[in-house]
Design a protein around this ligand. Structure first.
Ligand code: NZQ
Ligand code: ZN
Length: 385
């Protein structure tokens, strides 16, 4: 097991009506709050009214309209509001996009330059305003991690950044907020959670047995409860388990003692940068193709463990067993209603090469579980088409 650092600074309030604690949670940080939210789901499902009632004693400045795959233009708007209104705290209410935008806004508010600098070069993030979140979509883990992913449509880039200063001070996780999600967002969010686990689980064997078991449990939880939530969006148990899976998959625990670079995420970020597609949909399409591409003698044991421990398959022939696990993964995403080819997701064949080049331009893919060249990535993309 490798050495690791695990520092949990987020005060997590999980369960029904936890939002009632919000005034007490944010009070120590000050009165001036920038409320960051998306295209209106929180107004439709009533969270906005609850918030406004609860936060009557605070000075609330609003930044609405944060887009899925949040754009740097919105972040710049938020930074200006922070500077203009002397904001003390950034409160994000929504999915990963709102939370990620809030993080870079919080950093940009205390930075003398264009916030895009903080996306391109995370070493420039040396401070940030405190961030608190109310999560409404189980997917990214942004509610308890240091990462943010921001898109710049002018340069056609979607880049990840991060800093310990971006870890939320507190996050409210009420599973009830997930019941208004469209089924496609529930499915795409689950695919994202599972992909976070795959990126950490499929690494060279390093004796981190406990962490591997945790990864397998998160995957089993997603597989068990996503379909329940799709069939009955109001099922509390399903929503609660998916919500906690989102947080657990990317708060550091699922990689403790493990290491290595990620594969599908860097490729997906180019799909979104070029075509603005839903992150989880891109990941669901890429994952089975990537798995098939890297399945060989050296990776066989891990794929067999995956097939056995996550899907419960048995068999004498290791290659057959490994392939059963991969097929089951693909079928699962299909059954959840996710379009499973790049063509169906609206991506054009003519861009596959450019997206592969952009992936290796933006990322060092040599430290992945199986290192990939630009040509490998183009092959994977072609197989997904
Ligand atoms: O904008 P509103 O109206 O709120 O609607 C949103 C949006 O259209 C809707 N939604 C959210 N909660 C809802 C709801 N609709 C009804 N009821 C609710 N309760 O869902 C749509 C998608 O929201 P978004 O925030 O974009 O989704 P998600 O949470 O999947 O975030 C995706 C973004 O996070 C990045 C992705 O790349 C993408 O930009 N990621 C962030 C990571 C991180 N910070 O650690 C890691 C991830 O790997 C990922 O890259
Ligand atoms: Zn992701």
């Amino acid at each position: 097991m490798n050495n690791f650092k695990f520092h949990a600074r987020t005060d997590v309030r999980f369960g029904r009506d936890q939002i009632m604690n919000l005034p007490e949670i944010i009070k120590p940080y000050g009165k001036n709050v920038l409320l960051v939210y998306g295209g209106g789901s929180i107004k439709k499902n009533g969270i906005y009214n609850i918030l406004m009632d609860l936060l009557r004693g605070f000075h609330i400045v609003e930044l609405s309209g944060i887009e899925p795959n949040p754009k740097i233009t919105s972040v710049r708007e938020g930074v200006s509001l922070c500077k203009e209104h002397d904001i003390d705290l950034v409160l994000a209410v929504g999915g990963g996009s709102c939370i990620d935008a809030a993080k870079v806004i919080a950093g940009g508010a205390l930075y003398d330059g264009d916030p895009w600098d903080l996306v391109v070069d995370s070493s420039k993030i040396d401070k940030a305003l405190p961030i608190v979140t109310v999560l409404t979509l189980a997917a990214t883990g942004s509610e308890m991690n240091q990462f943010a992913v921001i898109s710049n449509m002018e340069t056609r880039e979607k880049l990840g950044t991060g800093s310990p200063n971006f870890v939320p001070m507190a996050s409210i996780l009420d599973p009830i907020y997930l019941i208004t999600l469209p089924n496609m967002q529930t499915a795409a969010g689950t695919a994202d959670i599972m992909s976070h686990v795959f990126e950490q689980y499929f690494q060279k064997d390093d004796g981190a047995y406990l962490t591997d078991c945790l990864c397998e449990s998160i995957l089993k939880t997603c597989i068990k409860y996503c379909k329940v939530a799709l069939e009955n969006p109001k099922d509390y148990e399903a929503r609660a388990n998916l919500m906690w899976s989102s947080t657990m998959a990317l708060n550091g625990l699922a990689s403790a003692g493990k290491g290595g670079g990620w594969t599908c995420h860097p490729i997906e970020h180019e799909l979104s940068a070029f075509y603005d597609i839903t992150h989880g949909v891109g990941l669901a399409i890429l994952t089975p193709s990537w798995m098939r591409y890297i399945l060989k003698e050296e990776t066989l044991t891990r794929f067999c463990n995956y097939a056995r421990n996550v899907w419960g398959f048995e068999g004498e022939d290791s290659m057959e067993l490994a392939n059963k696990g991969i097929d089951a993964t693909e079928n699962f995403f299909k059954e959840c209603g996710i379009p499973m080819t790049l063509r169906e997701a609206g991506i054009e064949e003519k861009s596959l090469h450019d997206m592969a080049v952009a992936t290796t331009d933006h990322n060092d893919m040599s430290g992945c579980y199986v290192s990939l060249t630009t040509e490998d990535i183009e092959n994977i993309l072609k197989n997904c088409f």
